[in-house]
Design a protein around this ligand. Structure first.
Ligand code: FDA
Length: 387
């Protein structure tokens, strides 16, 4: 068959950044495979057909970065709205503004503390445990923010995320629990933040829109690998354990079940994300997608809204892997897979699945730009070996 100059496995942000750079800058013919029916990986979104509301199909995706290189790159393909992310949390019938801040503290303790008074209060409550001596996640969290805030805002949420009581979880899962002694409740503090003006899929599609790039969907690399391995350079962004037939064992992941529904109210919760902090509420949060694009209000069907309940659990075989669990066992397996990956001729591993790392979009794009500059360009433009 007609071999491409480069094969890219996976059409997420990592794979598309590699494909776009190699096609546009080096003039290479790039074939991109994806086993899903759409391109874009986990950032893919589509309009819910009855309401016209854009839904991020693999969970809420907020773009933010302080990396100038990444920003200069992404703005070639899309403009961004001025959306700023803010998260609220529901606990025992009240709505609080997150991340933990002076507004939350004052509402929770029912008193108007000054920043200094709030700081003293939390320091006193946190003195129950010594951070360095904490033996589990619960003790560590209490040593950082005190028992009352822990029990309201961390305990139930964490137990649901991990399906495990926090006294059974490693203290290493959290390093810090930021508390802001101001009323600032912006979720991110990056230089740039916003949502792609005409949606994620339009942005991702423009990245792939080049005569030298072919995207072949519903094609699993493992069904066609013999045609390419050892014959053309490959950038592989699928799960690293799967590439090696799980021979060192499976890496563990958490997944999220997303239950989407259209409800007959114009506005369900007044904002895009409300966490469910009560332990006895089974979901972790509710997303309401129209609030990501208030500027599109005229294009949304009035009287209806799209909400998604999120449920977190351990991924089983066949589930979408979302968040690496990264136990000591996982880290051992990963080291072995990294060794195997290094020895795999002409194959580079990248992206969140290929490196078993949670990567925000800007990190996936930034790391793909580095792989392009440091490995692919030297190889294709100057004949350097591909390792
Ligand atoms: P990605 O997973 O997107 O793409 C990999 C692709 O490879 C997939 O399309 C898959 O089908 C394909 N593939 C795998 N194996 C294959 C095979 N054998 N053959 C063919 N194709 C194969 N980031 C952020 O900046 N802000 C946010 O708010 C969020 N929110 C968020 C929520 C949730 C629930 C998750 C899980 C993740 C986020 N992210 C995020 C992170 C974001 O999704 C992530 O940065 C990108 O998906 C990374 O892109 P990749 O290309 O690395 O992987």
């Amino acid at each position: 068959p007609n071999l491409p100059d480069l094969l890219v496995v996976g059409s997420g942000f990592f794979g598309l950044t590699i494909a776009e750079r190699c096609a546009s800058e080096l003039g290479l013919k790039v074939l991109v495979l994806d086993r899903r029916h759409h391109l874009g990986g986990n950032a893919y979104s589509e309009k819910e057909p009855t309401t016209g509301i854009e839904v991020h199909k693999y969970g809420a995706h907020l773009f933010h970065t302080s990396n100038q290189k990444v920003w200069d790159y992404v703005t070639r393909f899309t403009t961004f709205t001025s959306y700023q992310h803010r998260v609220f949390g529901k606990y025992q019938g009240q709505i609080y503004s997150l991340p933990m801040n002076l507004g939350l503290i004052n509402q929770f303790f029912g008193k108007a503390h000054t920043p200094e008074e709030a700081r003293d209060l939390i320091a006193e409550q946190a003195s129950e445990f010594d951070t360095d001596g904490a033996e589990n996640l619960e003790e560590k969290a209490i040593s950082l923010i005190g028992r009352p805030l822990y029990e309201a805002f961390i305990k139930g949420y964490t137990a649901k995320q991990w399906q495990t009581d926090p006294t059974e979880l490693s203290p290493d899962i959290i390093t810090r629990l930021p508390v802001r002694y101001t009323y600032d409740n912006r979720y991110f503090n990056d230089t740039y933040e916003g949502l792609p003006t005409d949606g994620y899929t339009a942005w991702l599609t423009r990245m792939a829109d080049h005569p030298n790039i072919e995207v072949r969907l519903e094609t699993d690399f493992f069904d066609v690998r013999e045609e390419y391995v050892g014959k053309v350079p490959i950038v592989y962004t699928g799960p690293v354990d799967e590439y090696f037939d799980n021979r060192e064992g499976r890496l563990s992941w958490r997944t999220v079940d997303l239950e989407e529904s259209v409800v007959d109210v114009d506005d369900f919760q007044g904002t895009s994300v409300v966490n469910a902090n009560d332990e006895d509420v089974p979901y972790t949060r509710i997303l309401e997608f129209k609030h990501f694009h208030p500027e599109r209000v005229k294009t949304h069907l009035p009287g209806k809204t799209v909400i998604v309940h999120e449920y977190s659990r351990f991924a089983e075989e066949g589930d979408e892997p979302y968040y690496p669990i990264n136990t000591a066992e996982d880290r051992e397996k990963l080291l072995k897979y990294r060794e195997l990956a290094k020895r795999e001729p002409m194959v580079l591993f990248g992206g969140r699945l290929g490196t078993y790392k949670y990567l925000d979009m800007h990190m996936a794009i930034g790391s793909a730009l580095s792989m392009y500059e440091n490995k692919l360009k030297p190889h294709f433009a100057a004949g350097a070996e591909l390792t």
